[in-house]
Each structure stands twice: as structure tokens, then as C-alpha cells.
Design a protein. Structure first.
Length: 118
């Protein structure tokens, strides 16, 4: 299980390479980035943590962070752009009621996203 969403740019010129990169970040790349460099927050519950070079304090802090991530992942899950938030909400509702295809829902949200000033 993961709690990280990786998205592919719909305008990517090489979607195959983009997907391979996302797959790498969720699998073996995450092992390297977390355990060798501590440069990525673990997102897999099945990953064995074996961070290299941590002193005792560092290990305790890592354990605290990971445990907190398992039990307190609420964080901010709100999209800060009202139009985009509404588009996502409405698309998810329509998907749940089988009133729209996933492709149509994505297209609708993407259209709003492109017109959203950030």
C-alpha cells in the first residue's frame, strides 16, 4: 500500500519513460532513496527500513516519523483552488454513480486545471 500519488504529465513526449520513472520511485528507487540517502519519505508499508549511517538519535527520529505517518496522515488534502476542487469533487461523484467514464472525468478536471491560475 502507498500514500503517495504520482501523476504523469498528459503532454509528456515519452509516456513510457515517465511511467518507468514513476514505477522506479515506488519500487527499487524508493529503497535506494530512503535507505541509502534518506531523501524520500517511505510510502510503502511493505518496505524494510534499513537507513544507512544513522546514529541512535537519527534512528529514533526515523521510527517516530514513520509511525506518525502510519497513524496521522491527515495532513492537508484540500485542493487550494476552488474551481479545481469542485471539478475533482464533481468528477469523483459522477464516477461513483457510473454517470461518466474515467477518461471523461479526467478530461473535465484537466480542462479546469488548465484554466486555473496558480
Amino acid at each position: 500500500a502507498t500514500d503517495v500519488i504520482l501523476c504523469m504529465n498528459p503532454e509528456s513526449k515519452d509516456k513510457g519513460a515517465a511511467f518507468r520513472w514513476m514505477n522506479y520511485l515506488v519500487n527499487e528507487g524508493q529503497e535506494i532513496l530512503v535507505n541509502q540517502y534518506l531523501e524520500y519519505m517511505p510510502s510503502r508499508t511493505d518496505m524494510e527500513l534499513n537507513v544507512q549511517g544513522l546514529n541512535e538519535d537519527g534512528q529514533k527520529n526515523l521510527e517516530y516519523i514513520v509511525e506518525n505517518g502510519k497513524t496521522n496522515v491527515a495532513g492537508s488534502r484540500i485542493i487550494p483552488y476552488e474551481d479545481l476542487y469542485i471539478a475533482v469533487r464533481d468528477a469523483l461523484e459522477d464516477l461513483a454513480k457510473d454517470e461518466i467514464t474515467p477518461e471523461a472525468a479526467a478530461a473535465r478536471v484537466q480542462k479546469v486545471s488548465r484554466n486555473t491560475l496558480r
